[in-house]
Design a protein around this ligand. Structure first.
Ligand code: FAD
Ligand code: N01
Length: 547
């Protein structure tokens, strides 16, 4: 077979992660970097999710790169929570500003990556049949980049348009005057439903599980706010890096078992009216103590009853299947008010699941709901989906998807045993989806780049975590999760939304700041836990003790 062209590093994905990798590896370390991206443009999540209402739930001040002071001084965010269009404009600006596009091959999907131990090279093969080799392979494939379409009987027979929120048409979708059905009431459904209700003639929402959502209270930023942020931007960013979530938020007022409940109610009201994700975090034990949790859960249910005028609809919208904060909390813009509109109908599919699609609609409980357009807000094969769709073969013929068949195992969420010189940005076992992801992406990219620099400067050909280090980390991640209520919820954090996927809590719950310190300690101790050219450097017990 013809020799594949060789570069220094192969990167898969051109979202926030892939773009920053180009900047670090190419422009700072001088590596020849080749990025493959399935889409026609940069932006990842924000390239694909163009559905009406798509918006970030992290404030724009934080949901942006911090690596370049001039960039953060120059860019003008217009709103508290940026909309998809503004984020996509920002990321395109970054790509142009740093001339990143020339390292990216668009409309190209990586289908397999194979490691050759003798040559110490990874070879990536794409859907065009082209092959490229490099000593380093870096995944920037995203945690939420594989949209899920459930196998609804008769789906293909439906005569109207079917759109998934995670693969929204670039040219948009006009539903004016049409009968629209939305399946799914997670973050995507809750964002798209109020927008579609305003455009469609009739909107029917098919809800299987009611979701806890709180108001975003998005608004334009004022000039004064922007000036204030920019005057101390570096300090704000530094504080965020060592915070629990990668952005600065209202802190808990104490334990729900100790705080006076009247004071707690006042604080919950304040947070509800200020907007943002911190309602569940009013107590520091919301995710570990059921009684504390129930107080906050009931506060939100009471709000639903006060907003939704039809008591039966309000009852269906009240979440009772999981404790608040054990699935990702959702931020909305008038979600519950939407159900007071004449043209909106809520269909619960809890007792009567969706039976089948027909050419003209959806049948539930023997009743057909006539529709012109169906929107699937049915979520993602999260955290492992994009990696497992690539045939990644490491040392001794080990396949990643087989190694991870019972759930992903990694060291620090950034590397995995038997896969030398392979790094995963925001991989399972790191804070990733439990944080402001831009902060976590920057931390990982910077750590990986520093490690690659270390390896090259010290003549180390290859590295991988030891089996022992990986096992310890996995146990640590599980111990943290099992001390909370989070594994009890049927969430995508647990893989519970994908039929047949193992139920394993995938992200690291210890917090962004703690995690950063651990990674820094690993690096400072000659990358303890990794095996360099077959020589183990592990001093792992010390590491776990400090966490
Ligand atoms: P992505 O943006 O997912 O980019 C990965 C890229 O890799 C994609 O473009 C994909 O096409 C490409 N790719 C994958 N596999 C292959 C392959 N085999 N070959 C070639 N290319 C491939 N996070 C937050 O912190 N706050 C938020 O408010 C927030 N809102 C979100 C809203 C939505 C609708 C979704 C889906 C996610 C949201 N997230 C949010 C998470 C979001 O994914 C991250 O914040 C961030 O954008 C991830 O960047 P990334 O570059 O790591 O991955
Ligand atoms: O996906 P989800 P999402 N029959 O998995 C339903 C980020 N995000 O795209 O709960 C009927 O949360 C499913 O029902 P159930 C954020 O991290 C952020 O909304 O399984 N229904 C559920 O209601 C988020 O957590 C923003 O019973 C079916 C819905 O589909 C993550 O992306 C915006 C079904 C899926 O909800 C994923 O959110 C958007 C079936 N067969 C996304 N299968 C921000 O605001 C699934 N469902 C920042």
């Amino acid at each position: 077979m013809k020799q594949a062209p060789q570069v220094d590093a192969i990167v898969i994905g051109a979202g926030f992660s892939g773009l920053y990798l180009i900047r670090k590896l190419r422009d700072e370390l001088g590596l020849n970097v080749k990025v493959f991206e399935r889409g026609t443009g940069v932006g990842g999540t924000w390239f694909w999710n163009r559905y009406p209402g798509a918006r970030c739930d992290v404030e724009s001040v934080f949901y942006s790169y911090s690596f370049d002071e001039q960039l953060q001084q120059d860019w003008v965010w217009t709103e508290r929570y940026p909309a998809q269009e503004e984020i996509l404009r920002y990321i395109n600006h970054v790509a142009d500003r740093f001339d990143l596009r020339r390292s990216i091959e668009f409309e190209t999907t990586v289908v397999s990556c194979e490691y050759d131990e003798d040559k110490n090279l990874w070879t990536a093969e794409t859907d065009t049949g082209d092959r490229t080799s490099a000593p380093y392979l870096i995944s920037a494939v995203g945690c939420l980049s594989v949209p899920l379409t459930p196998e609804f009987p008769g789906l293909e027979s439906f005569g109207g348009h079917v759109y998934h929120t995670g693969a929204w048409p670039t040219e948009g979708a006009d539903v004016t005057g049409l009968r629209v059905g939305v399946i799914g009431t997670g973050s995507s459904g809750i964002q798209v439903i109020p927008e579609l209700a305003r455009q469609a003639a009739e909107l029917t929402v098919f809800q299987r599980t009611a979701t806890f959502t709180v108001p975003a209270r998005n608004r334009p930023l004022t000039d004064d706010e922007r000036t204030q942020t920019k005057s101390i931007y570096a300090d704000i960013r530094e504080a965020a890096r060592y915070s629990g979530t990668g952005h600065l938020l209202d802190q808990p007022i104490g334990s729900g078992q100790e705080v006076d409940r009247t004071m707690a109610k006042i604080e919950l009201e304040r947070r509800w009216w200020r907007g943002g994700i911190t309602v569940p975090a009013t107590f520091n034990d919301t995710t570990v103590n059921l009684d504390s949790n129930e107080f906050i859960s009931e506060f939100v249910r009471e709000k639903i009853r006060s907003i939704v005028t039809d008591p039966e609809v309000a009852r269906l919208l009240e979440p009772h299947d999981y404790a608040i904060g054990t699935k990702r909390i959702v931020l909305d813009a008038g979600y519950y008010d939407t159900y007071n509109r004449e043209n909106v109908t809520l269909v619960s599919t809890r007792a009567n699941p969706i039976e089948h699609f027909t050419p003209t609609g959806i049948v539930v409980g023997g009743v057909e709901h006539p529709l012109d357009v169906i929107v699937l807000a049915t979520g993602y094969d999260a955290m492992t989906g994009a990696l497992n769709r690539i045939r990644i073969q490491g040392r001794d013929g080990v396949l990643l998807r087989e190694k991870w068949a019972a759930g992903p195992t990694t060291y620090l969420g950034v590397a995995t045993h038997s896969f030398p010189n392979f790094f995963t940005v925001t991989g399972p076992g790191s804070p990733s989806v439990l944080s402001n992801m831009i902060a976590s992406i920057e931390q990982h990219v910077e750590w990986i780049a520093a490690y690659v620099d270390h390896l090259r400067s010290n003549g180390i050909r290859c590295t991988e975590p030891s089996a022992n280090a990986e096992q310890n980390w996995v146990e640590h991640v599980n111990t943290l999760a099992n001390a909370t209520l989070l594994p009890k919820a049927a969430s995508w954090y647990m893989g519970a939304n994908v039929p047949g996927k193992p139920r394993v809590f995938m992200p690291y719950l210890g917090g962004v700041g703690t995690y950063r310190r651990i990674c820094d300690e690993v690096a400072a101790n000659n990358y303890m836990g990794f095996v360099h050219d077959s020589a183990e450097t592990t001093v792992l017990p010390a590491l776990i003790r400090t966490t």
